[in-house]
Design a protein around this ligand. Structure first.
Ligand SMILES: O=C1C[C@@H](O)[C@H](O)[C@@H](O)C1=O
Ligand SMILES: [Co+2]
Length: 298
């Protein structure tokens, strides 16, 4: 892969998990970003221990050779919370623009069960046609707002949300304008569908509309248990459903090939939330970096 086109980041979620604050409560921001840099990454997303002042954050990241490439943003269009979503989006966009990021990764969180104690394979929301229309209209507006700062808005398909399956991603992409992009997360599509083919097909279908990539691997045996026992998404995370690329069931070689052939330009971010007490974040970061180097030359 071309170093001038593809940059490598890593998400802080392996050190401190915002969805499960008890995971990694002992890890500091400084430790997290120092270890990211030491492992050979140049980009990061934003965690809840990061300084909120852009100047302070920039200076602490610059001294480590790291830059912010994206940060999660939750939208609530289907629930009818358009005004509040837009107001918060503008704040988030301005913060990311100041940090030099070019992409905003959003997730439609209306009725999401990803943080709730509900069976992840049984109780996810499904949107009505009227709700889909609200979502499409909302994202089209977010794309225009992002463009004001030269940025792209992208949708993170995610377990436990109304945009989880390939059919739901299709519906979202069909209903939104061409300036609304996809944030491709290998782990979430594999978790949802359980096959390598589903991961490869989704990537191939939308590769020209993908603005950001999350590299996540999945442990089949953990997902099997989550399904059989009717467990929640966060139960699965604590049990080790996710891991770094190369350590689980997904074959990454065809994914890297598809991205390279399509001339993908942007960030690939290792995002592997595990319990840091069981999976040392620095050691896993080093292992992920070596795997990516071996498979892509980056
Ligand atoms: O991008 C992500 C952000 C996390 O908060 C989320 O739960 C994780 O699974 C993910 O893919
Ligand atoms: Co992700």
């Amino acid at each position: 892969m071309d170093k001038n086109k593809v940059k490598l980041g890593i998400a802080p979620i392996a050190w401190t998990n915002d969805d499960l604050p008890e995971l990694g409560a002992e890890n500091t921001f400084e430790q997290c970003v120092s270890e990211m840099a030491l492992a050979g990454f140049t980009g990061s997303e934003v965690g809840n221990k990061y300084p909120t002042d852009p100047e302070e954050l920039k200076s602490k990241l610059e001294s480590r050779g790291i830059q912010i490439c994206n940060a999660w943003f939750s939208t609530f269009f289907a629930e009818g919370k358009k005004e509040k979503t837009i107001e918060k989006f503008i704040e988030h966009r301005d913060f990311l623009a100041e940090m030099g990021a070019e992409v905003i990764g959003c997730s439609e969180q209306s009725y999401s069960i990803q943080g709730l104690d509900k069976a992840i394979f049984e109780e996810k929301p499904e949107f009505s046609q009227e709700e889909w229309e609200k979502i499409a209209e909302g994202y089209n507006q977010l794309a225009e707002l992002a463009a004001e700062k030269g940025m792209k808005v992208s949708l993170h398909h995610h377990m436990g949300t109304g945009v989880q399956t390939p059919a739901e991603v299709d519906k979202f992409m069909e209903m939104t304008n061409d300036d609304v992009y996809l944030l491709f997360d290998s782990g979430h599509i594999y978790y949802s569908e359980g096959t390598q083919a589903a991961v490869e097909n989704l990537l191939k279908k939308y590769v020209d509309q993908i603005a950001h990539v999350h590299l996540k691997d999945v442990r089949d045996e953990v997902v099997k248990e989550v399904k059989e026992k009717g467990l929640s998404f966060l139960d699965g995370v604590k049990m080790g459903a996710f891991t770094i690329p190369g350590d689980g069931a997904i074959k990454f070689e065809p994914l890297f090939e598809t991205l390279e052939e399509a001339g993908y330009e942007g960030w690939m971010v290792v995002e592997a939330e595990q319990d840091p007490a069981k999976a040392n974040p620095f050691e896993y970061a080093v292992q992920a970096r070596e795997f990516i180097k071996e498979k892509t030359g980056l």
